[in-house]
Design a protein around this ligand. Structure first.
Ligand SMILES: [Ca+2]
Ligand SMILES: [Ca+2]
Ligand SMILES: [Ca+2]
Length: 295
């Protein structure tokens, strides 16, 4: 297997691989995007401050700084190869009491973003239990997926998941953040780009089916049943946007089927970059997304 991330390996050869502990502090991490919208889901309880990433030859390292608590869900979608789902289907694997199908099914990403892999993570309100599930999102549905593990935790603990495709991921968490974005319509607690704790994931590139080209990430904090979108959305929402709810207008519908990110200004996804060497820092932004659009 040969892919762009492999080219960056030379630049990482001397760097020590850090622990997957929810502290996004390893020097290889690059800030991909940071948020500027106060959370509608509870300051320092459920917020996204930034997306950090780097790759080595086999693994994507991803940091989502902030917090996810009260059994709200951090829902992540990887567009890691050709095909996939621009609108989430309702015949995917049974994940989280089938809510991937019954509640997330129908959500539509920006044109050209076709999700191939779903990973979700949740923490309870007492911040001492956590769980993760994942599924492959095949173009025609029916991919593998299900519960991937969890249980009691303290900050710094990991879940080592086998992964629906058998290549696996390791997820570490640290829910101690008190900085970054504030409550909705309030000033930030601190610069969101400087928050260093949250959810850290090391996931096999084979697990997400990445074989080269753009590697993109969408995601958000969602309600406890994957049924009510917050305003904490990767890629960002326009200033002043409140929780999207189930219909995109803040209303609870019991599903998020009414969400269509084409109706929201800007890209509700990010391109994960490969770090040094500098010539590889950008994976060719702009225009490519449209060229890859498949219907
Ligand atoms: Ca895809
Ligand atoms: Ca905060
Ligand atoms: Ca959009």
């Amino acid at each position: 297997m040969k892919h762009l991330c492999a080219i960056a390996l030379a630049g990482l050869a001397s760097s020590a691989m850090g622990q997957i502990d929810g502290q996004i502090i390893e020097a290889d991490y690059q800030l991909i995007w940071s948020n500027d919208l106060g959370t509608g889901f509870g300051n320092n309880r459920s917020e996204i401050n930034g997306i950090w990433a780097y790759c080595d030859a086999t693994t994507l390292y991803l940091g989502v700084t902030g917090n996810v608590q009260d059994f709200n869900k951090l829902d992540l979608f990887f567009d890691s190869g050709a095909g996939g789902q621009n609108s989430l289907r309702s015949d995917n694997a049974d994940v989280d009491f089938n809510q991937l199908n019954t509640n997330l099914g129908g959500l539509t990403f920006d044109a050209g973003f076709e999700a191939d892999y779903f990973l979700t993570y949740t923490v309870n309100g007492d911040r001492n239990e956590h769980f993760t599930s994942a599924a492959q999102l095949d173009t025609l549905g029916g991919g593998p997926g299900g519960f991937q593990g969890g249980g009691g935790y303290v900050d710094g603990d990991q879940i080592v998941a086998a992964g629906p495709n058998g290549f696996g991921y390791t997820l570490g968490t640290n829910q101690s953040n008190t900085g970054g974005v504030g409550d909705f319509d309030n000033a930030p607690d601190s610069d969101p780009a400087l928050v260093t704790t949250g959810v850290e994931i090391a996931i096999s590139l084979d697990e997400i089916g990445y074989t080269g080209g753009l590697l993109r990430l969408a995601g958000f904090i969602n309600g406890g049943a994957h049924d009510f979108l917050s305003n904490q959305v990767i890629g960002g929402l326009p200033a002043g946007t409140g929780n999207l709810g189930g219909d995109g207008a803040g209303n609870f519908t019991g599903t998020v089927a009414g969400i269509d990110f084409n109706q929201v200004v800007g890209d509700q996804f990010v391109v994960l970059k490969v770090p040094a060497p500098a010539s590889m820092a950008l994976l060719g932004l702009g225009g490519i997304a449209a060229a890859r659009r498949r219907r």
